[in-house]
Design a binder for this molecule. Sequence first.
Ligand code: GTP
Ligand code: MG
Length: 467
Amino acid sequence: MASQVEWLSDCVNGVMPYKFIGPVPLSEAVESQRRALKLFWKITFSKIALTIKGPGENIRLIEGQSFKLQYILPTKRFRLLFLKNNSNIAEKEHVEKNVFHIRKVAPIDEGNYCAKVENIRSTITQLTVQSMFTSSFEQIYCIEGEQLQLKCSVYSASTEVEWFKDNANQYKQDKIERNKNISIDHNGKDHVLTIQNAKITDSGKYIIIAGNVRKQLPVIVKAFFKRPLENKTIMEGVEVSFECEAEKTYNVAYPVAWFKDNHEINSTSKFKKETIDNKVHKLTIQPTTLEDKGKYWIKVKDISSCADLDVKEIPDAVKQMSEHNRNMFLKAAKTGTAVRYYIRIMIVGENGVGKTCLLRRLMNEHIDDVKSTDGINIEVKKCKINRHTQKWMFTTDEEFSKTAYQNEDFADCGFWDFAGQKEFYATHQTFLSTNAIYLLVVDISKDFASKTHQDMIDDKFDKVGGN
Ligand SMILES: Nc1nc2c(ncn2[C@@H]2O[C@H](COP(=O)(O)OP(=O)(O)OP(=O)(O)O)[C@@H](O)[C@H]2O)c(=O)[nH]1
Ligand SMILES: [Mg+2]
């Protein structure tokens, strides 16, 4: 049967008189009194002292130990509430009957604990917790090849420390044992695990266990070569470079060595080794031959990066090209693009007006043998223009041969000398383009100004040069 309690006065020394209001419990010999008085409600029938007996004294624990507070009440009727630093403890899992329990205490659990029923409180138990570890655990960074040290300190020199590595792939923790690369030492309360030559695979979560306490220590081992060598495929004769970037600046203590198929490469006119900004290491091979195919390595200390070089034979068609065109091709093969500037100059006009003679004169050539042009005569590689100075150059100029290796500073000129005879006009249209310069040649000794497009059509030709 449910009952309600009404307190009769304030608590004195943890003892408080009270009365029941409402249906009273049968167990307390109330039934007979109730019958005798023929009253059911508001009966004052007894007074008992409510006290909560607790553990009382202060408790000092080491982190990880079990913490238990057991309280005794004169009756089982009441449900205890537990308080820490005067606030209710919400976690129900710690509470069972009249016992407050923390399986493994942590420094965060320190405080003043008591239990209460209504406003009756037990005496206070002060809990202090000694941290197992007196050092902090922050992420550790290290570069491949360097010494990796994990450190911790515990509260007592007699506390043993064990080191584990989390093997996430197998959902287990592997105990770390000493070997020639790993040492585990301690000096009193200070413990250290040293990995002499850290590998990328040493990255991960380390677990340090002392007593009942385990701590996690995340470790990142960065690759020494943050940009490793990349495989290359090139055409023979083309320059090729292998390049990698180190995480750490170049240090004379760690010389850089390049190898081809396990043979060290020495600097020669063909192999150029360089270090840029103390971090980027570069090997350039110029020019490449088919024999340069193979595996290339860079080694710093005992850390290496490796890449393959494949050299493709130059196609026969390219071998047969002129030197200029072959260089253009090889350049395109190396960079993927080759820019070529080309200017088309169209010389048009009626037959016999002197178009071919004008072209010959422009190129400083004689005109003795000029005959009427048959179709189209295209003159290329006889003239180029310096793109920066706009200076024209012809084969007869001394400078012309010096610029034999065409580069992007020069634009090639192509002169298209069209036959002026009307029979050719129909086919000429195919070659006339808007991306060209037109030289219209006329015979000024004749009446050219009054000639119209209509006259041409009247001469039985549909059109010249499109519309
Ligand atoms: N008087 C004079 N005759 C010229 C001049 N230029 C060219 N000729 C002459 O004109 C004739 C024709 O010259 P071409 O250069 O063959 O004329 P074209 O316009 O090329 O003729 P097609 O090729 O037939 O269209 C030649 O006999 C030249 O000697 C000039 O400036 N003055
Ligand atoms: Mg001509």
